[in-house]
Design a protein around this ligand. Structure first.
Ligand SMILES: *Cc1c(COP(=O)(O)O)cnc(C)c1O
Ligand SMILES: [Zn+2]
Length: 238
């Protein structure tokens, strides 16, 4: 039994962790499940994590990846005490998790780091996405780190400034006349046509796994304690 596999959220059918994103039996979404087997747990696992690299790959044992190829780029962002803002809001221990220090200035770099790593493991040469700018920047940055091509599709209504990051990181940017939903539909057709890994659907089971590192880091940075409350302004919901 390998450390992780894919399981259908609807019918529970499971299979090996390949580059499928929907269940062959019922078209339900596939999710990663882990089997930690005889690996470390509890304190032993904490110690292993604490001696890991200062990036999201310190949680590698709890992520569906083999050998991450982009050390130091994403994650392990500062958890900053915000005492004066806290006092203003009547909160004793308010912290801000500063994910703006990631390569494309947002939490999107976490999900894309895991998806891009999988794209590389599956032998894709190109990663892609539909985006209104933020995801496009993260895809472009990850492709630059890993030596992949980035192709991003954005609706033509996008503010031009949103394309600065994807362009700086060297992505091919296609502006599509249409709504974001229409851009997504176009991308689904292109994904069927070419071997491009669209991070937000071809590799979605892996992509979503990157999100949890935000909470892992928060807990570890608080001395392995969970906060009483989290405020998470996160569009994708993962
Ligand atoms: C973030 C995200 C997008 C696109 O977000 P933009 O802010 O438009 O770049 C699309 N799909 C998923 C699943 C996402 O998480
Ligand atoms: Zn199924």
């Amino acid at each position: 039994m390998s450390r992780y596999s894919l399981r259908c959220r609807v019918c529970q059918a499971s299979g090996s962790a390949d580059d499928r994103h929907t269940c062959a039996a019922c078209l339900g979404p596939l999710e990663v499940v882990y089997d930690l087997g005889s690996g470390p747990r509890g304190r032993e696992l904490r110690r292993e994590i604490e001696s890991g690299p200062p990036d999201l790959w310190r949680y590698r044992r709890l992520l569906p990846v083999e050998q991450p190829a982009d050390p130091g780029a994403v994650g392990w962002t500062p958890l900053q005490r915000a005492a004066r803002l806290g006092a203003r809001l009547g909160l004793r221990d308010l912290y801000l998790k500063n994910d703006t220090v990631n390569p494309s200035l947002s939490f999107k770099d976490r999900v894309v780091a895991v998806a891009a790593q999988k794209a590389r493991e599956f032998g894709y040469r190109t990663i892609a996405c539909a985006s209104t700018g933020n995801l496009a920047g993260a895809v472009a940055a990850a492709a630059a780190r890993l030596g992949l091509e980035a192709v991003v599709f954005v609706p033509s209504s996008i503010e031009p400034a949103k394309l600065t990051v994807p362009r700086i990181y060297g992505a091919r940017v296609f502006t599509v006349e249409g709504t974001y939903d229409e851009v997504n539909r176009l991308c689904a057709q292109i994904a069927d046509d070419r071997r491009w890994a669209f991070v937000n659907f071809t590799l979605r089971p892996y992509y979503v796994e990157g999100s949890k590192t935000l909470l892992f880091e928060t807990a570890e940075q608080l001395g392995w304690r969970l906060p009483d409350a989290l405020v998470v302004p996160i569009a994708s919901g993962a």
